[in-house]
Design a protein around this ligand. Structure first.
Ligand code: AMP
Ligand code: ZN
Length: 456
């Protein structure tokens, strides 16, 4: 069975073929580490994880690279405004120095990795922080300068988009319509973008001290680890018009070759009618969901209920429905675990259900269809098959265990129960979150609190 994926470049579903026989090069644009990730960001990382798991299920080896943007990303994705890291330094009352920047970046990068782990996302093979690849970024700008694509203004080094004939092929609109970006009268074309912004605390470069831009970082790091041409590059759809458009321009102008075969983009998480985002003021973090009694897997389940190319509407009601379904699924696993005839974890023999499930996943990662198939077959599915489906879903089904809680956990549950009876909701929620972090989920039932063990 062949895996088909929607390619933003051709705007159609294509049968996936890697450049090298069985090894796939995958680059996923990582976070700008100036704050905690919100669950909108995390939707994109879950979609990318499902994609990676689908590749693995189809027997591809995957070389996965993810960057950490710790410099050069301006507050607007359209290359305007303040540097996001500088903004974080101001917010946290830290001096504007490279050391302080690194400190803030490391803090939020660690928080980000914790969120990924909680969501059972398989970690990339290579993490790369932009500030550690200045040499490669400068070399790529140099290569572009040698080919005549670069000019300098008073505030930075720019890419001349008029010289790259294919500019804008990812958005497939008239290049002139891709509106700008930095409104700087010295720019030759409004859509030209900065490869380096001058700044006296930045790094030395042949053009002066400064910070390499966000787009050049991703191109330099992906080429360094995956080669000048590689298989898949991902991100949210918001990256199509600027970030990825500019990445293609720089990379292809420098090498003269097609940069990436498959550009795959996830649609956005919507809250209150708007894209979830910092400037929209409607964001929610994973730990906020935890303090409201949701397990990270409830959110992962919710994400899978929508196709990755459709917008997903976020609400606590939708999340509660996902939580019920996820709990039901865990209970099915616990029940099947008690059936002695099916305790092995070996690869299942293909059958009608596994065939249909794989077909849904291989049809451009149709997770809503795969979940529907799972529920249609829930009465007859074997534990082996269920665990096999979880290789793609990643709901941690192989980590669930029913076991007696140790004394300290039982004490915490009793403490929480007293608080709950006294209607101390805030404290009750804090204890629920603490218990979840220790791997125990409390469910309040009419018969009293029930405990479930989850290993993640
Ligand atoms: P950033 O840290 O802003 O570069 O964003 C990290 C990732 O999150 C990118 O791949 C974005 O496309 C993605 N992203 C940002 N906002 C949303 C949202 N509301 N829904 C889904 N993905 C998002
Ligand atoms: Zn990127």
């Amino acid at each position: 069975m062949r895996l088909t994926l929607y390619n933003s470049l051709s705007r159609k579903k294509e049968v996936f073929e890697p450049i090298r026989d069985k090894e796939v090069g995958l680059y996923t644009c990582g976070p700008t580490v100036y704050d905690y990730a919100h669950v909108g960001n995390l939707r994109t990382y879950i979609f990318e994880d499902i994609l990676k798991r689908a590749l693995l299920l189809n027997d591809y080896a995957v070389r996965h690279v993810m960057n950490i943007t710790d410099i050069g990303h301006l507050t607007s994705d359209s290359d305007e405004g303040e540097d996001k890291m500088a903004k974080a330094l101001r917010r946290e009352g830290k001096p504007f120095t490279l050391d302080a920047m690194k400190e803030v970046a490391e803090f939020y990068a660690a928080a980000f990795k914790k969120d990924l782990a909680k969501l059972n996302i398989i970690m990339p093979d290579i993490w790369c922080a932009a500030s550690e690849y200045i040499k490669e970024e400068v070399a790529l700008i140099q290569r572009l300068e040698d080919k005549g694509y670069v000019y300098t203004t008073s505030d930075g080094v720019y890419f001349n988009t008029a010289l790259f004939v294919d500019y804008g092929k990812l958005v497939q609109t008239n290049a002139a319509d891709i509106q700008s970006r930095i409104q700087n009268s010295e720019k030759k074309n409004p859509r030209d973008f900065a490869l380096l912004k001058f700044n006296e605390i930045g790094w030395e470069s042949p053009w002066g001290k400064g910070f390499p831009g966000w787009h050049i970082e991703c191109s330099a790091m992906s080429m360094k680890h995956l080669g000048e041409q590689f298989d898949i590059h991902c991100g949210g759809i918001d990256h199509i018009p600027v970030h990825h458009t500019n990445e293609i321009a720089q990379a292809e102008a420098a090498t003269g070759k097609k940069f990436v075969n498959f550009w795959i983009h996830g649609n956005l998480l919507i809250a209150g009618g708007k894209r979830m985002g910092k400037s929209e003021g409607n964001l929610m973090t994973l730990s906020e969901l935890g303090s409201r009694g949701f397990h990270p897997m409830d959110y992962r389940y919710l994400v899978m209920t929508a196709h990755y190319r459709s917008p997903l509407l976020f609400s606590l009601e939708a999340l509660s429905a996902a939580k019920s379904a996820r709990e039901r699924l865990y209970n099915v696993v616990l029940k099947l675990q008690k059936e002695p005839r099916d305790k092995t974890n070996e690869v299942p023999r293909a059958n009608k259900f596994t065939g249909q499930f794989l077909e849904a996943i291989n049809d451009d990662l149709n997770t809503p269809k795969a979940l529907a198939l799972l529920w249609d077959n829930i009465g007859s599915v074997s534990l082996k098959d269920l665990l096999w489906t979880d290789k793609v879903m990643g709901l941690g089904l192989n980590k669930i265990k029913e076991e007696e809680a140790p004394e300290d956990i039982k004490r915490l549950v009793e403490e929480r129960e007293v608080l709950r009876r006294n209607k101390k909701w805030k404290e009750t929620d804090i204890l629920r979150r603490d218990l979840a972090e220790k791997g125990w989920i409390v469910e309040d039932t009419p018969e009293g609190p029930r405990l479930k063990r989850v290993f993640l």
